[in-house]
Design a binder for this molecule. Sequence first.
Ligand code: AMP
Ligand code: ZN
Length: 462
Amino acid sequence: MKLYNTLTRQKEEFVPINGNQVKMYSCGPTVYNYAHIGNLRTYVFMDILRRTLKYNGYELLNVMNITDVGHLVSDEDEGEDKMVKGAREQKKTPWEIAEYYTDVFMEDIAALNIGRPEIIPKATDHIKEMISFVEGLLEKGYAYETSDGIYFDISKFDGYGKLSRLNLEEQMAGARVEVNDEKRHPADFALWKKAPKEHIMQWESPWGMGYPGWHIECSAMGRKYLGDRFDIHTGGVDHIPVHHENEIAQSEALLGEPAVNFWLHGEFMMVNNGKMSKSLGNTYTIANIKERGYNPLAFRYMCLNAHYRNKLNFTWDVMQASQVSYDRFIEGALQHKEGTAEIPDDVQTSFLTEFEDAINDDLNIPKALGIAWNMVRYPEKSKDIYELLLKMDDVFGLGIKYAEQKSAEEPELDAEIERLIEERQQARKEKNWKLSDEIRDKLKEMGIELQDTPQGVKWKRI
Ligand code: AMP
Ligand code: ZN
């Protein structure tokens, strides 16, 4: 399997550090608002990587954080905390805001058939780990204290800039940097901020009450759950110059060696060939997609049609076209289900080999989909093809199996119910009884009763 490593700007053969186990960290959402379709494209990319690794037989341990604190407005260190700003505008506490948007995010990723990462830690539960990370950096002389916080001294770290390959002036042109006389270098970034009294979210620390910088979150949680060194780190391309550059600096400074082998980044989603922004009113959500009558999986299909390292331009026309193609794809696949034609073994093997070569060539999913389409269009209907398509759908995640289970009267609903049940099973596995009960209640509202049986969960309409 080959993956494009941003660090080396090359496709490299992927070899895990530890045998068959793959440890992967994915930068998670900042939960002060709804995730927009651009954010979600990045999680579809994460999911495709998850599925491809599993398809190849790797055992995966994937951590995705929930940023529920300290992600300051834009990437620089000054400015108002996004959580606090969201809370003020919506007249709720930051904790309420975070909980609400975390739940919606989980529903969004379930609707897009994005697998839940094995561990989903919240930043606010890991303040202790972040503090000890900062202490380690201070001890090693990579950080210093000012009147308003603890800063990382980038001049002490030789490799600064190696991921983005930008010089400091170029990096700083991208990120507006606060004027702060006490900083040794303008690009030094906050590891910990001392909190003014009115700051809502704050914790005790050796440096008084305060809150963590955003970058330290990911370094501390990655280290806690994946260890000092792990295989893959993912995020969107916007994270390359500041967030991930800073993560590398912190982790490598503390450990004395690189923490991550492969850095993978998903390209941006554009809308009408421009940036998504609140002021343009084009930060669409999954709810917007559903409101217009589209299936979230048709949005997923749209994402699969572009390589993750290419920009993808969203328009409602493309959404409409994707829905049409998605329906045709699923219907076409289902037409093979009862097919009696026999497909010669060598033809089957060549379809599968082409598919595997594509996904293992830096996740060339558009090409893999093309191969699946050739099978859907195969002139004779064959159960063999159907079986192969199901196997490939382990990677695509387009829900061919759900479509098969659709009941005649309420097809969309059944898929949604199955998804919610799966989500509840996962919540129970994680001993998240609150979420599990919430899902049960939600299903009840939909008129669905659950029965836990030795054969698994059964459901019926009441
Ligand atoms: P945030 O919640 O702002 O931390 O963003 C969550 C994820 O979405 C990050 O991995 C970002 O890199 C990614 N992201 C933000 N905007 C876009 C976009 N327009 N297209 C694709 N990914 C994005
Ligand atoms: Zn991160």
